[in-house]
Design a protein around this ligand. Structure first.
Ligand code: ADP
Length: 384
């Protein structure tokens, strides 16, 4: 497999707490190859195309160097890369637009680390390791929070004194790269920019967003990606006094672990966080977990429709949003009051267009394309 001989490939890196995923695009943004390393720290494994093998990767730097070696073995020379783009979960209050990775940008990402302790430090480690391995390769950071910079202050602020907001205790919102890609794709599918779009990104993490004339005006995730909808293992919205009681009874770390890793669908069902597995189960707890997921998606949707004062289109993306006809049908049925309708056969086929010809509110499935959004932004920045 060959990269672009003109030297125009883009390497996109999505770095998590114990994994690095990578996608290579050519200059025309066609996907060339994808791979990754999981289990960094212990039992690391490398995937690249059809290849699967254990690797020694005690840290993110070692994982990245294994990944680059595997790319070279597949014919993607480091010299063929034009730019690397990173998905960065948190840009904090100051980083919204994609940015060239400079010492100042790295310092700002480091300053946001307390806001995303499981993500930002690993993003920085990958940027530093890549700079050591390929010093001449420009790097660009793209922020999952950035799309939500347009949210008005009244929707951003918690009802807390100003010093809390200044310290970063405010709503940020996440899944922004997914929503940005969805807006662009919907515009071409619908033949123009729609005014009022309710978008659901439903994966292991799940959120919904009110998008007014292409801009985010409200979203369900807040200070962290734990707020809002019921998720795979995260609790979604919960009373702060319930959190305080859990912290008192189980300690802060115990409460953090419960709310982030053992709650949501997994907490309700007795351990199953995977929607497909829940759908295959007939046990009442699994059925209840799915009902909880779709009920709360609908409850939050009502609030988002109010924030943009109406609704023209509903869009689903993410692993559940793209593949679960049952979840989509339940959420869309719950929105009939808002003028939503859909064709059952189109929904069963995961068709991009779910609505009938006379629908007043349209409904769509659009695959998440975060990596392509990052690749485009990275290329645009180095070509500017
Ligand atoms: P992440 O948020 O980790 O990127 P994904 O967007 O890949 O996750 O979504 C994973 C979720 O999508 C899982 O709950 C999985 O069960 C669900 N999913 C994938 N395919 C299907 C399917 N055919 N039916 C129902 N759920 C599915």
């Amino acid at each position: 497999m060959m990269g672009d001989p003109a030297g125009g490939d883009v390497l996109v890196l999505n770095v998590g707490s114990s994994s690095i995923k990578c996608v290579v695009f050519d200059a025309a943004l066609h996907e060339v190859l994808r791979g990754g390393v999981d289990g960094i720290g212990h039992h690391a494994a490398l995937r690249m195309g059809a290849l699967r093998q254990p690797v020694t990767a005690p840290d993110h730097g070692a994982a990245l160097s294994a990944l680059l070696k595997a790319l070279e073995a597949q014919g993607i020379a480091m010299t063929s890369l034009r730019v690397a783009g990173h998905r960065v979960v948190h840009g904090g209050p100051n980083l919204a637009a994609p940015a060239r990775v400079t010492p100042a940008v790295r310092a700002e990402i480091a300053r946001c680390a307390p806001l995303a302790p499981l993500h930002n430090p690993h993003n920085l480690a990958a940027m530093e390791a890549l700079a050591r391995l390929t010093p001449d390769l420009p790097q660009v950071a793209c922020f999952d929070t950035g799309f939500h910079a347009s949210i008005p202050e009244v929707a951003q602020r918690y009802a807390l004194p100003p010093d809390c907001a200044e310290a970063g205790i405010r709503r940020f919102g996440f899944h922004g790269l997914s929503y940005a890609g969805l807006v662009a794709r919907l515009e071409s599918l619908a033949g123009g920019l729609l005014d009022r779009v309710l978008a659901f990104h439903l994966g292991n993490g799940a959120s919904a967003c009110a998008i007014l004339r292409g801009q985010s005006v409200a979203t369900t995730m807040g200070y962290s990606p734990t707020d809002g909808l019921t998720m795979g293992t995260r609790c979604g919205s919960i009373d702060p006094n319930a959190v305080l009681r859990l912290a008192e009874e189980r300690g802060v770390e115990g409460a953090r672990d419960l709310l982030n890793n053992r709650a949501g669908l997994a907490g309700l069902s007795g351990g199953i966080s995977d929607m497909r597995a829940l759908e295959e189960s007939a046990c009442p707890e699994a059925v209840f977990a799915i009902d909880h997921f779709t009920y709360w998606a609908g409850r939050h949707a009502g609030s988002l429709i109010s924030a943009m004062e109406g609704l023209e289109a509903v869009v689903f993306t993410g692993g559940i949003g793209e593949n679960s006809a049952r979840v989509r049908a339940a959420i869309l049925d719950g929105l009939r009051w808002a003028g939503v309708s859909f064709e059952a056969d189109r929904n069963a086929r995961n068709a991009p267009r779910l609505h009938g010809d006379d629908a007043s509110v349209t409904a769509w499935v659009i695959p998440a394309e975060e990596e392509r959004v990052i690749a485009r932004a990275a290329l645009d920045l180095v070509q500017a």
